[in-house]
Every structure is written in C-alpha cells, then in structure tokens.
Design a protein around this ligand. Structure first.
Ligand code: NAP
Length: 232
C-alpha cells in the first residue's frame, strides 16, 4: 500500500525538498503553501495541492479534508512553516508574538488535532516538525522563532508520551543554517563544517524519521546543523 504524506509550506526551500524526497520514496503527497507555486510542484510530483496558510485554521482543515477525500488515510505529516518577524527583542510587539504563535506553534497543535484521530484509527503514523537549532541555543537574530520553538519542543515531548502506545511517533528536526537562505561569510565561518547545510540533507533526515528505520525514535529533537550547536 502506498503511504500518504501531508507537507505544509512546501512550495520551495526545505518543504519542497521534503516533497521531492518523499515522492522519490514512493509516498503519495498532499502539499500546501500560500502561493500558486505549490500547484507547479504538485504537477511535477503527481501530488495534490492546496493554496493555504499554516497560520489559518480553516486552511489546515481543508488540507486534511483534501487528503482524506483523495486517499482516505494519512501516514506521515511534515509540519513546515514560514518565517516569523525578526527584530530587537523588546521592540517586537504583542501582535508579532501572537502572529508567531499562530505560525510556529498553533500550526502544529491545530493540525495534530485533525490528523491524530486519523492516525489513531489506522493504528500508527509518523510526524516531523521543522524547528530550528536556535530552539535550544537561542540567538538574538531569531527571538520569536527561538522562543516559540522551545515551546514546540515541550509540546512535542508531551504529544510523544501520549501517543507512543498508539504507534504514532513525533520528532522535531532542528536545522542549522540551510542553503534556502544564503548566509554571510562570517556566519558560515562559525559553522564547524564550514558550509551551509543543503535542503536535501534536511529532507533526507525528515524522510528517515518518517520511515520504519526510525521506528524506535520519538519525542526527540534531531540537530542537523553541521555542528553549530555546542551543548552535549
Ligand atoms: N533556512 C534556514 O537556515 C532555517 C534554519 C532553521 C529553521 N528554519 C525554518 O524552516 C522553515 C522553512 O525555511 P526555508 O528556509 O525552507 O524557507 P523558504 O525557502 O523561505 O520557504 C518557505 C516556504 O514556506 C511557505 N510559507 C511561508 N509562509 C507560509 C504560511 N504562512 N503558510 C504556508 N506556507 C508558507 C513558502 O511558500 P508560499 O510563499 O507559497 O507560502 C515556502 O514554500 C521556516 O519556518 C524557518 O524559520 C530555516
């Protein structure tokens, strides 16, 4: 039986790389992002697509409905999303933080409310959330992302506890500086590997975590960062 995967924020960058990698591995895909570019990628991969936003609860509902109408099951979910506002820590306003919550944490909570009953009925499923290395080593460059993705790690751990016995696994991938965004020479020089990571390297880690090869891994935060994080 072909496995069905949902991928959000999939029109380019790491999300699109995940879509290509999972298509190569034989998944049937249901993709979402805001722009019509998502339809071009879906056509290339033989996938279904919805134009919608991760911070819009109605769009998340439509995504799950599309997947269930088309395939009647959901085996894998990749929760990718967009970029929150950046700025000096105390200059970011309440609106920026609330928007970040919708984009980086409630996107996952809301989609899992919809997908979990489907996976429970199937007696299994696998979920990967794309997070950031800054979730555990916060950087002033990304205040909202670092703060709310630390919260995502806590949410993920509790979700993993509650659903492990139902055969549902969930993990976070914590990318370092990835080539979907070009960094300065100074930033690249601080990476032990001396280069940015590739989107494909992230996608292969995501695909591994979704696969049976990762069958005993749940509730974890997997750093894919060329060694940039320091804690052991
Ligand atoms: N690149 C890095 O070095 C890095 C490192 C750590 C973490 N991250 C995180 O990883 C995520 C993806 O990064 P990336 O570098 O792959 O980004 P990217 O190349 O800029 O691509 C972003 C993707 O997200 C979609 N998108 C943006 N806002 C959306 C929304 N509200 N709803 C649905 N789709 C949305 C975009 O498509 P549309 O415009 O069509 O919506 C696009 O497909 C981000 O959350 C970022 O914070 C990135």
């Amino acid at each position: 039986m072909e496995k069905v995967a949902l991928i959000t924020a999939a029109s380019r960058g790491m999300g699109a790389a995940c879509a290509r990698e999972l298509a190569r591995r034989g998944y049937r895909l249901v993709l979402m992002s805001r722009s019509q570019d998502i339809h071009a990628l879906a056509a290339e991969l033989g996938a279904d697509a919805l134009q919608g936003a991760t911070d819009n609860p109605d769009d998340l509902r439509k995504l799950v409905t599309l997947a269930m109408d088309r395939h009647g099951r959901i085996d894998a979910l990749v929760n990718n999303t967009g970029h929150p506002k950046k700025g000096p820590l105390l200059a970011l306003g309440d609106d920026d933080w609330h928007a970040g919550l919708d984009l980086l944490l409630l996107n996952v909570v809301r989609l899992l409310r919809l997908v979990t009953p489907v996976m429970q009925a199937q007696r299994g499923g696998a979920i990967v959330n794309l997070s950031t290395f800054a979730a555990f080593e916060p950087s002033a460059r990304f205040p909202i992302s670092a703060s709310l993705r630390a919260a995502l790690a806590a949410f993920t751990k509790i979700y993993a506890d509650e659903h492990a016995r139902a055969g549902i696994r969930i993990n976070n991938v914590l990318p370092g500086y990835i080539d979907s965004i070009t960094q300065s020479e100074e930033t690249v020089a601080a990476i032990p590997m001396g280069r940015q990571g590739t989107r494909e390297e992230i996608a292969k880690t995501v695909a591994f975590l979704l696969s049976a090869d990762a069958g005993y891994i749940t509730g974890q935060n997997i750093r894919v960062d060329g060694g940039i994080t320091r804690h052991v």
